[in-house]
Design a protein around this ligand. Structure first.
Ligand code: CAA
Length: 240
């Protein structure tokens, strides 16, 4: 039977690549987005993947959104890809409280909300795959990203603990830590900083969205059945 996959932030950037790859691989896919309706509609027109709008940083919105997905797709979620994330980069000594709150709510609290709502049906079914998108900067830190790094490091701890809780229920829980990938998020960075970062990547380039999507496909598949609680680094060889 075809498995159902839900990708948060699944209509843009890395998330869009993940949604497309899962669909090509034969999964039934639902893609969540927050506010960029135009991009979501274009994505839907192009791929046929149904799109659902809700704010992952709000528990009640997550609850309503998941109920809608399950009702429209007529089933429960087998594969949850917690991908939605934002940046609000700033040196800590200048960081607005709102920058801290927004990043922690969107990048970390969302993972609790989404997974808390979906894990009971996975436990009941005796199968599930939870794949959390962390970041190289949650592993090693980055100037200007105390908020983002704290959230992305938090995801790694969450992943390890939930993997332990879920192992006897047929559910694997893993994280992927992408390095710098060519997307809108990295596009807005200053050119001098980008050049400096590329100098420290052994493969001497930013990654492609498909290179993260391939890692998700592996962790979603039966081929990864003995892997749980890990953080898979996909970063062009950066030493951590
Ligand atoms: N490496 C080394 N030094 C760096 C640096 C870096 N990547 N980034 C900044 N610095 C240094 C600057 O040279 C500067 O040094 P001096 O004080 O000696 O001059 C100091 O840190 C302060 O930096 P700025 O002058 O740039 O300070 P600012 O307030 O104007 O800007 C900032 C701060 C917005 C955070 C800016 O530094 C910045 O954009 N940094 C990059 C942050 C980053 O890498 N974000 C990743 C976005 S992509 C993403 O997050 C996806 C993912 O998962 C990988």
């Amino acid at each position: 039977m075809q498995k159902i996959a839900l990708v948060t932030g699944g209509t843009r950037g890395i998330g869009s690549g993940i949604s497309r790859a899962l669909m090509t691989e034969g999964y039934i896919v639902a893609a969540n987005y927050n506010s960029d309706k135009r991009t979501a509609e274009e994505f839907h027109k192009e791929t046929g993947i149904p799109v659902f709008s809700w704010d992952v940083s709000n528990y009640d919105s997550c609850k309503k959104g998941i109920e809608q997905v399950c009702s429209e797709l007529n089933g429960t979620i087998d594969i949850l890809v917690n991908n939605a994330g934002i940046t609000r980069d700033s040196m800590l000594h200048k960081m607005e409280v709102s920058f801290w709150d927004k990043v922690i709510n969107t990048n970390l609290n969302s993972i609790f909300y989404m997974t808390r709502l979906i894990i009971p049906s996975m436990r009941e079914k005796g199968f599930g795959r939870v794949i959390n998108i962390s970041s190289i900067n949650g592993v090693k830190g980055q100037i200007g990203q105390t908020n983002y790094s704290a959230a992305k490091a938090g995801i790694i701890g969450f992943t390890k603990s939930l993997a332990l809780e879920s192992a006897n229920k047929g559910i694997t829980v893993n994280a992927i830590a992408p390095g710098y990938i060519s997307t809108d998020m990295t596009e807005v960075m200053r050119d001098d900083i980008k050049a400096q970062i590329i100098e420290n990547i052994p493969l001497r380039r930013f990654g492609y969205i498909e290179e993260i999507a391939n890692a998700v496909l592996f962790l979603a598949s039966e081929k990864s059945s003995f892997i749980t609680g890990i953080t898979l680094n996909v970063n062009g060889g950066q030493y951590l």
